[in-house]
Design a protein around this ligand. Structure first.
Ligand SMILES: NC(=O)c1ccc[n+]([C@@H]2O[C@H](COP(=O)([O-])OP(=O)(O)OC[C@H]3O[C@@H](n4cnc5c(N)ncnc54)[C@H](OP(=O)(O)O)[C@@H]3O)[C@@H](O)[C@H]2O)c1
Length: 218
């Protein structure tokens, strides 16, 4: 598949390398041609570089990997994105309390580029996780079923399990999950360890065993 990257930073580098390694053609788009070329070289596997518009036109799937503040500018530079699967990994959260600046960046993006098939994905983990081979996580995806199926294929090729998170109207929940987790991660030791927030599925589904006699918990 041809994949365009909008952005030449950490997330574009981490995911672009995964997909290039899996055999996809990658074109890095950025406002600074030098940064785009440098990332294409780091990614390797024949990755090329160009403008935002060139990356958008090149990609059957296009990753949007810029900070929230730059999204409007980058989408304008990219053009209409008609028919493209637009993978949105952005988080519109602000330290120190990691509140949301908008209820759903993905929903807002879908309104700005109505011809694109937006899928929210990859926003829950730090870029260092996406560099692992394979990243040891499930990847929740929100979007229309056909577009989600395309991204699910890319997720499987990275060695991860896709998790079907529902339609794009649920993307705001995924963004809120990221904001909450970031707040806990950066909250310091007194907040606790966020890795315990989600128990292993076996415990979540089956509980920890029979409830002891006299217990008041349900
Ligand atoms: N880093 C993570 O661990 C992580 C994890 C999950 C989700 N995310 C989300 O992923 C997105 C990208 O994060 P990142 O860490 O990859 O960021 P990054 O390394 O800072 O890269 C951001 C890219 O966006 C470009 N950019 C920013 N503002 C722009 C503007 N106004 N016009 C054009 N280009 C602009 C930058 O270009 P210049 O270099 O020219 O400034 C750079 O290529 C963010 O929304 C973030 O919340 C990040």
């Amino acid at each position: 598949m041809r994949i365009g990257l909008l952005g030449a930073g950490n997330m574009a580098g981490a995911l672009g390398e995964q997909w290039a390694r899996a055999g996809h053609e990658v074109l890095v788009g950025a406002r600074d041609p030098g940064k785009a070329a440098a990332l294409a070289e780091r990614i390797g596997y024949g990755a090329r570089s160009g403008t935002f518009r060139e990356a958008a036109e090149f990609g059957e799937a296009v990753l949007l990997a810029v900070w929230y503040e730059g999204v409007a500018d980058v989408l304008e530079a990219a053009g209409p994105l008609d028919g493209r699967v637009l993978i949105d990994c952005t988080n519109a959260t602000a330290p120190p309390d990691f509140t949301l600046r908008t209820p759903s960046v993905a929903g807002w993006i879908a309104e700005r580029v109505p011809g694109a098939r937006v899928v929210k994905a990859f926003n829950l983990c730090h870029e260092s996780v996406w560099r692992l081979a394979p990243p040891p996580v499930g990847v929740p995806l929100c979007g229309d079923a056909e577009a989600v199926a395309v991204v699910a294929g890319l997720v499987r090729e990275m060695g991860c399990a896709p998790l079907h998170g529902g339609g794009l109207e649920r993307a705001g929940l995924l963004e809120a999950t990221a904001a909450f987790a970031l707040g806990v991660y950066f909250g310091g030791p007194e907040v606790g360890d966020p890795r315990g927030m989600f128990p292993p599925i076996k415990i979540a589904a089956e509980g920890v065993g029979p409830i002891a006699a006299g217990s008041t918990s349900r």
